[in-house]
Design a protein around this ligand. Structure first.
Ligand code: ATP
Length: 512
């Protein structure tokens, strides 16, 4: 058994070796927490986008999309609260000179205690077997109770500190919990400071009158400030949604874990505008709908869970994350937030323009409430590849690495492989390739032994290989090889298209 850490290292190495993800500016020794998608990565990423985009804007007649600019009027970020409050509390260790997020240090500490409780429960489960009553155990076992008490106390103080912006006590809490720096092993901490995560730059040619503008830290505000444009020009009736995919930028304090936390990343967000008072119903609706979207990809349901927020942002009246079990544990993949009328009201106030909806059924004007779904494209990518990456020992003792990507998302759907580079096989392969390429992204590969070519296709996740051999020239049949089972079947050339289409169509995914 390899550890999760080794698994993750292998996944990162594989992503590079097979053209999925490269470190940005690698020949200059890289730029921290910025990544480039390679020739296979970009295809997979585009396919994820298409799956999300169509599921929103094509499968819902009341959701439309936009593509707003990254640069926006700077007052937007005052109105949204980002200029004043889009901060993370940071703390440095004076010995290692390493920087941390104070809240993450405490969350990791809490997770460790939770782990202890889970281990205690597992041990007891083994000991008692069938008769084990978990609820009773956790409510009576002394060690579990002590640990739970510790968690509750730290959590309460932590939430209070964040809510009241009490940075001194946040530091004291780190000291009281005896949290040490993982690098130096010491507790020699600086004070906690707030750090704004927005990148800024100047717009305008003369520096004196140039305006400070920001690189957007979320795509949502581009939707809010276009609410009236879309509602009016699209004659949208509430409830309706606006979807957008685009880049966002955050100057993250600690950027680790590969593409999980980047300084430049992509979000897929949808704001759903509803009647005041109906937001919690829609919140529940979108929670379920979004979980279903993830699960439809065929990834084991036990890798997903909901996590309700302990501390709500000032503008939210309900918030929930969909967490995914990444190689480094359960972490946020998507956020679903009931944002009330906070954003539209603030823009109304700061822009001095009425942002309202006239509801003909109620015969009434109001500022709509908003339920948003916000998923990281890169995190979805990471979830999918970490689930797909598989090392297998085969019956003959050899090994293979295979990316068991959902066929509908795979960079290449088909590889067309002439068994030999002679006797008309390459020409026949070209003919089949030219016929398939209108429907699918295909590859044609003539070099190397067939086994080696299969392995290369496995490594990039190509679900089907079509092999052309002597028999093909005689009876117009080919073998189709299935990536996951490695089984091969002989089929008529005329059936290739249909067999593949069935497995890779978004339509079937949506219908199921
Ligand atoms: P976290 O707590 O992990 O920093 P967040 O709660 O700040 O995330 P949101 O502001 O809710 O995240 O953003 C919505 C989604 O955008 C997240 O669920 C995540 O998938 C993605 N996301 C946020 N920050 C990053 C980042 N630095 N790199 C990659 N994806 C990100």
């Amino acid at each position: 058994m390899i550890t999760q850490e080794d698994f993750f290292k292998k996944l990162i190495a594989h992503s590079k070796e097979y053209g999925f993800i490269f470190q940005s500016s690698e020949i200059y020794d890289g730029l921290s927490a910025v990544y480039d998608y390679g020739q296979n990565g970009v295809e997979l990423k585009n396919n994820i986008k298409e799956y999300w985009w169509k599921s929103m804007t094509q499968m819902n007649e009341n959701i439309v999309g936009i593509d707003s600019a990254i640069f926006m009027h700077p007052t937007i970020w005052k109105a949204s609260g980002h200029v004043d409050a889009f901060n993370d509390p940071l703390i440095d260790n004076k010995d290692s000179k390493k920087r941390y997020r104070a809240d993450v240090l405490i969350e990791d500490y809490l997770a460790k205690i939770e782990d202890k409780i889970n281990k205690e429960v597992e041990k007891a489960e083994k000991r008692f077997g069938e008769t084990f009553d978990k609820a009773q155990f956790v409510s009576t076992n002394q060690r579990v109770l002590e640990n739970q008490e510790k968690i509750d106390a730290v959590k309460k103080r932590f939430v209070d500190d964040l809510e009241t912006n009490n940075l001194d006590d946040l530091k004291q809490l780190i000291i009281d919990c005896e949290i040490v720096c993982p690098v130096s092993g010491t507790r020699n901490w600086t004070d906690v400071r707030q750090f704004n995560l927005m990148f800024s730059t100047q717009m305008g040619s003369v520096s004196e009158d140039a305006n400070t503008i920001y690189l957007r830290p979320e795509t949502a505000q581009g939707i809010f400030v276009n609410y009236l444009n879309v509602q009016k020009t699209g004659r949208m009736k509430i409830p309706f949604g606006i979807a957008q995919i685009g880049k966002a930028f955050r100057n993250e304090i600690v950027a680790r874990q590969f593409i999980f936390r980047m300084r430049e990343f992509e979000q897929m967000e949808m704001q759903f505008f509803v009647r005041p008072g109906e937001e919690l119903k829609w919140f529940e609706h979108w929670k379920q709908a979004r979980l279903k979207w993830h699960k439809a990809l065929g990834i084991d349901a036990k890798h997903y869970r909901f996590h309700d927020h302990d501390k709500l942002a000032h503008y939210a009246n309900a918030a929930c994350d969909i967490e995914f079990q990444f190689p480094f544990g359960f972490k946020e993949l998507e956020g679903i937030h009931s944002r009330t009328d906070f954003d539209l009201k603030r823009h109304q106030e700061f822009a001095g323009k009425k942002i309202q909806y006239f509801d003909p059924e109620l015969n009434e004007n109001y500022v709509p409430y908003v339920v948003e779904t916000s998923v990281g494209l890169d995190r979805t990518f990471l979830a999918i590849i970490s689930n797909a990456f598989t090392e297998e020992k085969l019956e003959d003792g050899s090994e293979r690495v295979v990316m068991k990507l959902p066929a509908v998302l795979a960079p290449y759907k088909v590889a067309v492989l002439p068994l030999m580079n002679k006797d008309g096989m390459p020409e026949m392969a070209r003919k089949i390739f030219d016929n398939l390429k209108y429907d699918f992204k295909c590859q044609i590969e003539e070099k190397d032994a067939i086994g080696k070519r299969y392995r290369r296709q496995d490594a990039i996740g190509t679900p089907f290989c079509i092999t052309i051999d002597h028999q093909t020239l005689e009876d117009n049949t080919v073998t189709i090889r299935y990536r996951d089972t490695m089984q091969q079947e002989r089929i008529s050339v005329n059936d290739v298209n249909k067999i593949i289409q069935d497995k890779v169509s978004l339509k079937n995914l949506f219908k199921n």
